[in-house]
Design a binder for this molecule. Structure first.
Ligand code: FMN
Length: 190
């Protein structure tokens, strides 16, 4: 006879056997959804790579930046100003008391060169502000121009993100690899 398994909580997620669980916070500043959609994609892909990822509006992170794992920021600009859910964060980052010490970050900006004078104003401001407040940029800021080939520019930036994050976080390359389209369910036998 086979011994009955221990009952498990119904909410227990099925985990990859090599899941490292490093936290990844993907923050977005977005009015029309483009930056938020990218943040959602990044967080989903992070989960596939063994991270414990979540998304939140930038304003939720004012004064609350995590020093564990890493932070990816995706934000747009509106006439040079922050989107509605990022204004409080940007104002906070401008205050001398704001600290990003110990925060590992990178930024991708959604912009449009039709706004030539303020192209990428907010992503640039957040990227510089995080560094000025003591954060560590672990991957260069990226730019997407909705007037140009936005998708290609994003993919170009995105293509290097995971290796850079893994290196900055001291993660083994095999731990952050995707399962390459094969079966993703692993069973841990104890
Ligand atoms: N892009 C910039 O790079 N700088 C700007 O100052 C800027 N101002 C904008 C103002 C308006 C009214 C609109 C509609 C767009 C502006 N854009 C600007 C482009 C948006 O940032 C871009 O379309 C972005 O993808 C929108 O992202 P979201 O959907 O996440 O809000």
């Amino acid at each position: 006879a086979v011994a009955a398994a221990e009952p498990r909580p119904a909410t227990l997620p099925v985990a990859r056997a090599d899941r490292h669980g490093t936290p990844l916070l993907v923050l977005f500043g977005s009015n029309l959804g483009a930056a938020e959609d990218l943040a959602t994609r990044i967080a989903r892909d992070a989960g596939d790579r063994g991270y414990t990822a979540r998304t939140a509006p930038l304003d939720d992170a004012a004064g609350e930046l995590p020093t564990e794992g890493a932070v990816v920021v995706v934000t747009s600009s509106y006439n040079g100003e922050p989107p509605d859910n990022a204004g409080r964060f940007c104002a906070w980052l401008d205050t001398p008391a704001a600290s990003a010490a110990g925060v590992r970050f990178t930024v991708f900006g959604c912009g449009n060169r039709d706004w030539a004078a303020t192209y990428q104003a907010v992503p640039t401001r957040v990227d510089a502000g995080l560094e000025a407040r003591g954060g560590t940029r672990v991957y260069p800021r990226g730019e997407g121009d909705a007037r140009g080939d936005f998708d290609a520019q994003f993919e170009d930036w995105y293509g290097g993100l995971w290796d850079a994050l893994g290196t900055a976080l001291g993660l083994d390359a095999s731990a952050t690899a995707t399962s390459g389209g094969g079966p993703r369910l692993s069973v841990v036998l104890e």
